[in-house]
Design a protein around this ligand. Sequence first.
Ligand SMILES: [Zn+2]
Ligand SMILES: [Zn+2]
Length: 336
Amino acid sequence: MLEIRDVAKPKVAHRQALIQVTACGFCHHDRAVMAGTLRRGVADNVILGHEISGVVIEVGSGVARLQPGDRVVNILTEACGDCDRCADGREHRCHQGLGIGHSRDGGFAEFVALSEHSLVKIPEEIDPVGAALISCPIGVSLKAVRETAMVSQEDTVVVTGAGGGLGAHAVQAAIALGATVFAVSSSPGKNDLILELGATEVLASEVPGDDGLDFSEIVIAMTGNKGADAVIDTVGSALFPSTLRSLAQFGRLVLLGEIQGRSVTVNPAEIIFRDAMVLGTSGVSRTTVELASQMVADGKIRPVIHTQLPLEQAGEAFQMVSDRSPMGRVVLIPND
Ligand SMILES: [Zn+2]
Ligand SMILES: [Zn+2]
């Protein structure tokens, strides 16, 4: 259930900063919690929203890197700053970490208090509403493309769900790294925008009819029978095994979204004889968020926003995301 409530302004604890929220993206994650399909680890009466852009208005004791007036975005986890994972730059997998807008309150609110270890200062020139997308989906998709799929110059990359939040930014991340991108989408209405983002071709993801070809066959044909060096898959089981079949020798299939929550059948030979890698990724570290923010500041990745709505219209955002109609993100504005 979704409701607007008056709650006390959060108090800053040791090493936390109080953020006035400028904008907060509405993620598929938020939809899944609202719909009741995602329950595991969700705190009672939690304030959702993990895609926060805001301004520091107060800092607690022990805060070293931030001061009032700083523009910030968050990583997706409230991190402790002390454990071995926080120490080696995997604070998004902090042993004491709590999912922001999941296991603890997030940014569908006027204010949120967050650990400084979970916050990244961003350059002034970035649009403050677009900045909400820097961690999720931009940082998450940049991590998938750059760190997990290890995409480099000359690579051919397939991105599925290319009109969605993760997909539209994965397309841009791969192109920024010098790759050629074949986008896969189920919404023909989004093709023009996907091409504008720099994709070479948009392929339909529907199951082929008598006259149609599966997108994997088109990928193989368009790469001179070679296949794609990497597939960034934001859709999951519904497109498997076409995603796997699209891979070239030594190809990497990176899974970062599962829409239907189903199982897949796989013939191990398809992986073995390709020398392929099938990899999963989620979340994003502070270092990658810093890189994402620099790429946005440099114009290499453009936050794709479908529309912005006042916080009171979160129900409309829920409907749009349920219908899978937005091209990019719907963003909520709490302090309108
Ligand atoms: Zn998200
Ligand atoms: Zn930690």
